[in-house]
Write a protein that binds this ligand. Sequence first.
Ligand SMILES: C[S@@+](CC[C@H](N)C(=O)[O-])C[C@H]1O[C@@H](n2cnc3c(N)ncnc32)[C@H](O)[C@@H]1O
Length: 209
Amino acid sequence: MEANFWHQKWAKGEIGFHEGEVNQLLEKHFNVLNLQPSQTVFVPLCGKTRDIAWLLKKQQNVVGVELNEEAVRQLFDELGETPEVTAVGELIRFSAPHVVVYVGDFFKLTREHVGHIDVVYDRAALVALPDSMRTIYCEHLLHVTQQAKQLLITFEYEQSRFAGPPFSISAQLVERYYANAFAIHRLESKPVKGGIRGFDALETAWSLR
Ligand SMILES: C[S@@+](CC[C@H](N)C(=O)[O-])C[C@H]1O[C@@H](n2cnc3c(N)ncnc32)[C@H](O)[C@@H]1O
């Protein structure tokens, strides 16, 4: 997916992926992560997810990355924070107490940018990318986070029904991307209310550790 595809989605307000409230699977399965207060959660391709506010309330530190600057401005507005904004090479760093979000391309992010990461929370990031980008996404994610354990949330549906995003991610695909790095456990699968574009779909939470 080209950057312009996403910038247009944000400009037109076509952000059906944005939940507007905390993700229920995150809320339900957060405890399996065994995080201590002040540990750091990395949220790739974060948009303006409300999950960040929820993680901050749980006393976690959060690092995110998002292509669209306006989305990140809205994220900080909704957090009630005025971010400090600094240019860092090709990225722009927005920061407030306990939260840093880089504006720019995830693939330009380095280990130095993110620092030590305890857990990755991937909701609607892996599923946002086409097959051709997913292997390199997973490799880069493992590299920058030094293989931090993950709570991964995916969708699964009959891919022939429509072209993504979101793309359908089967258990076999999760294995293909991550079996070399992690033990993979399906925590829960539940139907997506109203489906995706009217088609039946499952939302699944995975523990990768
Ligand atoms: C499907 S949305 C999910 C957003 C968020 N995770 C959520 O749950 O609401 C995918 C997001 O990834 C961003 N994105 C896409 N490609 C990216 C890239 N290469 N680097 C950083 N962000 C990217 C898009 O702008 C979009 O906001």
